[in-house]
Ligand binder design. Structure first.
Ligand code: GLC
Length: 803
């Protein structure tokens, strides 16, 4: 492995003094005497981009990660000089560039040092492969913590670790295994209550060292390409993640059904078995929306074919399942079987769409079907071809989603588990070797799939899942964490990974519930389901070689607990959908680690287990066998126990009970949580009223509820409903105001308000300044539940006390 230190011995080169500077609007160019160039772009007041070139040159500016929809624009940009530095000032940052070395220091506007180069940019010629190994090192602050970096299966705070990005098919990976399936070269640093991010947009194999090699140095480097990184200032983590996601692209809003429960297995076949599983969900009244066909539905694992013996009439089957609320999702891998009789293979050969080795032969590797060729998804024409291959599956047969697997790309029976370095790629007109294209290959496959599923499913929204991902993959779909194992340690890993992916711009992620390899015992399955229903993507999946893994596989108690938690997810769908809306519009995580929730509380910096689901619900999974409960940390503020509505103050660690059928779940005081009735699948029931659980708080709190047609694109034309509720609680007084955006008219006319924790007896209620009799509101006996028209602007609840 190439490391920073080893390279230093071999001859690092450093920029020396700046000899020229010029500015072209938002781009500043510096050139040194030894011909290093730095292009600094000011994208936003809090986002700076640094690109370094050697021999006086920068590469063609092309990136798969950066979205063309990213928002640019700053309020202020001033450049000045003192004796030693160039000084760039925006309304949020001051960046000083040392004239003698190109080393930088970045401060916030109050003068707090946020980030400082140590050696700064340096590089070494990579004679064997061409180009440079490009490197950056920075000083680390005393209590600095590091987060992000995709799917790393390790402690959430990365300080002390060295990691690398090179998607790898790691069947049954372990804690601390690195790299695994994804490549997200983006981290968040946090010190002095200030967060910033670094996104190193380089698709070669990249390395990040967070004080592993030297205790006070953070460095990152790549085996080729350019030192090209974005510095994103917070000061809140929320600002960093949202700006990173804005740069790399916001996810589309998925169809609501995709947030339901999914059942998968390698593999459900033949058709009778597939239908039997679906039927059992309805019989046992366990809600389920997504049901999956793994590789055995194909003819000899040939993509875009059906095994007609197992599935004689796929269209009929898919339709009948759809009539019962099931959405069929099928797997598609990148490997195309070498077979002269196979249409897709013939087309790929004819059109010259498959990857080739440096000297001309095709890249041939073994995957499920045996020897395969692999489309070069980095070529636009190939992506268009691939997208069109979905015409029959989606447009004709009616499949609702596609699951892209093995796209690291995975190759079997070879030591490096993937293509050799010399394989050639188009890289959208920038021909290169696999060293540069490896990290983006899977994402470009998912992109082509997304285009096809969108095109042939239109006007419905596409649903695509990918195993491999590079930064920006969130634009194309969902991801899962790969081939985990049915162990308690993997339950811990799944929790950390999903939180980490949420900080890395890819919130729509889940793990194989219950574990893919091996079989969970009933307790582990229960604890995993309890966590899984709070993950953005909620799918049980397992390998058939290790036994069954459906909710009814274990015993009646497990079936009942599983049903209870899946039902809970379905009742929370409007709440979860609101979080998805905020993710798709503002790039905000759906699952929020505690450090994200309250970065100013140092207690949160090392917590891995507890997280916030959406904005208001605190969840802590049970990660050990035989637990009757556990200790957990409650962030500062007031919390209600979700199960019994008792209220208490956080800012401390406490013991909480959690028998097998329960999980520590708490709601932030002041929250308004929208809930639907239990449905067996999304759209089964007409929603006749929206339940709002209102948790009293002394003080103010804002909550939101997003709704739309649950699928389709009308919401982009303003046909959505985004309600903003402001709650103000006082000793004798309780006010809820509502402000609604959007033109969508929900099918229900009433809210059912459920008041929780109101500290006084209700004497009088005014709605929009008019006194209303309590009878009119259909109060229940407990005097906590009432019905109110959905269009109110203000509810004012008064006590008798001040009269
Ligand atoms: C890979 C996938 C897994 C899938 C299997 C067979 O191992 O990660 O989810 O079931 O291949 O397709």
């Amino acid at each position: 492995m190439i490391t920073n230190t080893e390279l230093r011995e071999l001859g690092n080169q450093f920029p020396n003094e700046v000899i020229s500077f010029k500015q072209n609007v938002d781009k500043l160019y510096f050139k040194t005497k030894n011909n290093v160039v730095l292009e600094l772009s000011v994208l936003r007041d809090s986002v700076l981009r640094f690109r370094y070139g050697t021999r006086g040159q920068l590469e063609d500016d092309f990136s798969y990660a950066i979205s063309d929809k990213n928002i640019k624009g700053y309020n202020k940009l001033e450049v000045s000089e003192d004796v030693d530095n160039y000084i760039i000032t925006t309304s949020k940052l001051v960046c000083k560039i040392e004239k003698k070395s190109l080393q930088k220091k970045i401060y916030d506007i109050k003068g707090q040092l946020i980030n400082e180069d140590e050696l700064g940019f340096h590089y070494e010629e990579f004679y064997d492969r061409g180009g440079n190994v490009v490197k950056m090192s920075k000083w680390t602050q005393e209590k600095e913590a590091f987060y992000g970096m995709g799917d790393k299966p390790m402690h959430s705070n990365l300080r002390g670790k060295r990691v690398q990005n090179w998607p790898t098919d790691e069947y049954a990976f372990a804690k601390d295994k690195d790299p695994i399936y994804k490549a997200v070269p983006f981290y968040i640093g946090l010190h002095h209550q200030q967060a910033y991010g670094v996104f190193f947009d380089n698709s070669f194999r990249t390395f990040f060292d967070f004080c592993h090699e030297r205790h006070n140095i953070t460095s990152f480097w790549a085996q080729g390409g350019e030192m090209n990184y974005y510095f994103i200032y917070g000061p809140k983590m929320e600002n960093v993640v949202s700006n990173y996601t804005n740069l790399t692209g916001q996810a589309e809003l998925p169809p609501l059904w995709a947030l339901g429960y999914h059942q998968c297995k390698w593999s459900y076949y033949p058709e009778s078995r597939f239908r039997e599983v679906a039927k059992k969900f309805r019989e046992l009244k366990i809600p389920c929306d997504g049901i999956y066909l793994d590789i055995d539905y194909m003819e000899g694992f040939r993509c875009f074919t059906w095994n007609k013996e197992y599935f004689p009439d796929p269209k009929k089957m898919v339709k009948e399942l759809a009539d019962d609320g099931f959405k069929t999702i099928v797997i598609i891998d990148p490997g195309i079987k070498i077979d002269d009789e196979y249409e897709i293979y013939k087309q790929g050969i004819e059109k010259d769409y498959f990857c080739k080795r440096a000297d001309g032969p095709h890249m041939i590797g073994k995957v499920w079907p045996g020897e395969c060729c692999f489309p070069d998804f980095t070529k636009p024409e190939v992506r268009d071809w691939w997208a069109d291959l979905y015409k029959e599956l989606i447009g004709d047969i009616g499949v609702k989603g596609v699951w892209n697997d093995m796209n690291e790309p995975a190759v079997m029976e070879v030591p490096n588990k993937t293509f050799p370095d010399d394989v050639r790629h188009d890289y959208d007109g920038h021909p290169c070797s696999h060293r540069k294209a490896h990290n983006v290959y899977g994402t470009q496959m998912a992109r082509a799939t997304y285009e096809g599923v969108k095109k042939y499913g239109y006007p419905k929204r596409p649903f695509v899942i990918t195993r491999s991902a590079y930064s920006g993959a969130q634009r194309y779909g969902t991801s899962w964490t790969g081939d985990n194992v049915a162990t308690w340690e993997h339950l811990w890993i799944a929790n950390v990974q999903v939180q980490r992916m949420n900080l890395s711009g890819m919130a729509f992620t889940g793990s194989d519930i219950g574990g893919f390899a091996e079989q969970p015992n009933s307790e582990l399955f229960v604890r995993w389901i309890q966590l899984g229903v709070f993950h953005p993507f909620c799918r049980t999946h397992s390998s058939g070689h290790h036994g069954d893994q459906e909710p009814w596989t274990f015993d009646d108690e497990v079936t009942d607990i599983t049903r209870k938690f899946i039902e809970l997810r379905y009742t929370l769908l409007p709440y979860l959908y609101t979080a998805f809306y905020q993710y798709s519009t503002e790039g905000l995580p759906i699952v929020k680690p505690l450090v994200y929730f309250d970065q100013n509380d140092p207690q949160t910096h090392f917590r891995t287990d507890e997280f916030i689901f959406g904005n208001k619900i605190l969840v802590c999974p049970i990660l050990e066998p035989n637990s009757k409960g556990r200790r957990m940390y409650f962030p500062r503020g007031e919390w209600y126990n979700f199960w019994d509505n008792t209220c208490f103050s956080g800012g401390k660690e406490m013991w909480v009970d959690a028998d097998m059928d329960s999980l520590p779940v708490y709601v932030k005081a002041g929250a308004i949580i929208p809930r639907y009735p239990v449905q067996q699948y999304v759209g089964e029931l007409e929603i006749t009223e929206l339940k709002l659980d209102v948790y009293f708080k002394h003080g103010e709190e804002i909550s939101h509820v997003y709704e739309d047609a649950q699928d389709g694109y009308d919401y982009q034309k303003g046909r959505y409903s985004y309600r903003n509720f402001k709650l103000t609680g006082k000793k004798d007084d309780f006010i809820i105001t509502q402000h609604k955006l959007g033109k969508y008219n929900t099918e229900y006319d009433y809210f059912k308000i459920n008041l929780i924790g109101l500290p006084f007896d209700i004497f009088e209620i005014e709605i929009d300044n008019v006194k209303v009799s309590l009878d009119e509101l259909e109060f229940d006996d407990t005097k906590t539940n009432f019905k109110i028209t959905k269009d109110f602007s203000e509810i004012h609840i008064k006590s008798n006390n001040d009269r």
